[in-house]
Design a protein around this ligand. Structure first.
Ligand code: SAJ
Length: 439
């Protein structure tokens, strides 16, 4: 393939747009396609949705160089990259409607020699059983006339541009030639290793990665509940366990959000239910966390009439402005259902909400997302405007002793049932250990 060949990227979301912009800034002519007229207009005006670091600059460069433009329908190209969402349905099955619609949309544009790359996360077997039959409606034969590949994205929101370039990639072809051609294409900007396999293996690999993360977060969340039950500080225990050279326990939290880790494991369950008990249980544990956290907050409020709660954090995780599947927002809903008046602050999601306004007159401050901005909260200043000095910390983000010194009753997720004598005992144990380390 020469640099002059043309790529059509279908779906200008959090993966499609950066991918399109990267190819455009590496010499390709790229047409971005999205069914959303607003997105098309935004991209053509060199704008972006969301606040992904570096993306605005990259898209601006791509559009200004006239290598990237956007439109609503696909057109003839040498390569079609499909990067559309695959949410799960109410019964936890993959909703492939966007993949099917995008594939159908490219059929009239296909010519012999074209390559179709599916980047969307899908259940194992989808490329072979769903994509191939659709593209063959063009009269062209997969393998003989068309190269077809599943090349799953693996990028972490907040680090998308770095990871698109630096991460290793797994490329699965319906045959070897397809996989090799896709490898040569991605090689233009990928500096990580590129591994070739078949399409179905690549589909499963992608799902295994997010399932691995989900199961490990579920383990951390189970430990947090155990910490509460046993009355000790699980964060401390996790830190110590992680001193083992082959142990790396993840962080407990208010639940698993976003549109990947909480969804993708179900795509394995859908295809292999009898062997997916662990995966299903992990999903259920992580899904139980918002209720568990909401209950803990209600416990702290202790039946107070007309309770007011300030929730800090609405995004699905730290330092992003994305609220899709956010456990924090689910907790807000649950608290409101129980009669709490809730004010939500999040510097990324609601930049116009002032922290002091959100906290003013509340009975409990609940820190649910460990945004960078929350590392230096001043408990004295905040405490002064609150009605009661009570705090819940779902992220082990508040300096515990500082908040206690400021007169707060603090409860951390996974840190016993209350914050009184027991926490002092824990604090002393911690101090002794620090002293031991220093010796
Ligand atoms: N979380 C915890 N504890 C942790 C880590 C995460 O509770 O120790 C929570 C987060 O707060 C968040 C959720 O899990 O609610 C998911 O966050 P994440 O950072 O684990 O993952 P995503 O969804 O932002 O991105 C994942 C990544 N997958 C893996 O790390 C295996 C990314 O590389 C994938 O490309 C992305 O899914 C995707 O698109 O599939």
């Amino acid at each position: 393939m020469t640099q002059k060949e043309k790529i059509c990227v279908v779906g200008l979301g959090y993966v499609g747009l950066p991918t399109a912009a990267l190819f455009a800034t590496h010499g390709y002519e790229v047409v971005g396609v999205d069914i959303d007229h607003g997105v098309v207009g935004l991209v053509n005006g060199a704008g972006v949705h969301g606040r992904e670091p570096g993306l605005r600059t990259l898209v601006r460069a791509a559009v200004k160089s006239q290598h990237l433009s956007a439109q609503v329908f696909p057109e003839e190209a040498d390569v079609f990259i499909i990067a559309v969402p695959t949410p799960s349905t109410a019964d936890k099955r993959a909703d492939l409607s966007a993949v099917i619609a995008a594939t159908e949309a490219v059929v009239p544009c296909l010519r012999s020699g074209d390559m179709i790359i599916l980047e969307s996360t899908v259940p194992p077997g989808t490329t072979a059983a769903v994509v191939v039959p659709i593209v063959e409606r063009s009269g062209l034969k997969a393998g003989r006339d068309l190269h077809i590949v599943h090349a799953p994205e693996r990028v972490l929101p907040g680090r998308i541009l770095i990871e698109l370039v630096q991460n290793d990639r797994v490329i699965g072809g319906i045959d070897r030639v397809s996989a090799e051609r896709a490898r040569d294409l991605y090689r233009r900007f990928v500096t990580g290793q590129i591994y070739l396999t078949d399409a179905t293996t690549a589909e499963l690999v992608k799902l295994m990665e997010n399932t691995y993360r989900d199961v490990n977060i579920a383990l951390a969340n189970s430990f947090a509940k155990i910490g509460d039950l046993l009355g000790l500080d699980i964060w401390d225990a996790i830190e110590l366990a992680n001193r083992h050279p082959r142990v790396s326990i993840l962080r407990p939290g208010p639940g698993v959000g976003g549109h990947c880790v909480a969804v993708d494991p179900w795509f394995i369950v859908e295809k292999a239910s009898p062997e997916s008990q662990l995966i299903t249980t992990a999903r259920m544990i992580n899904d139980s966390m918002p209720t568990y956290v909401a209950r803990s907050i209600l416990g702290l409020l202790n039946g107070l009439p007309d309770p007011q709660v300030a929730v800090l954090g609405a995004a699905y995780k730290a330092n992003v402005d994305d609220t899709r599947g956010s456990p924090a927002l689910r907790i807000v809903e649950l608290l409101a259902e129980q009669g709490c008046h809730v004010r939500v602050h999040d510097p990324h999601v609601y930049p116009n909400v002032d922290l002091m306004d959100a906290v003013q007159g509340t009975d409990c401050l609940a820190l649910l997302v460990n945004h960078q901005e929350y590392t230096e909260l001043n408990p004295w200043t905040l405490g002064e405007v609150m009605r009661h000095r009570v705090a819940f910390d779902a992220q082990n983000h508040l300096p515990y002793n500082l908040w206690q010194a400021a007169g707060f009753q603090v409860k951390k997720l996974g840190h016993g049932r209350d914050s009184s004598e027991e926490s002092i005992a824990n604090w002393m144990r911690w101090s002794e250990r620090t002293a031991f380390q220093e010796r």
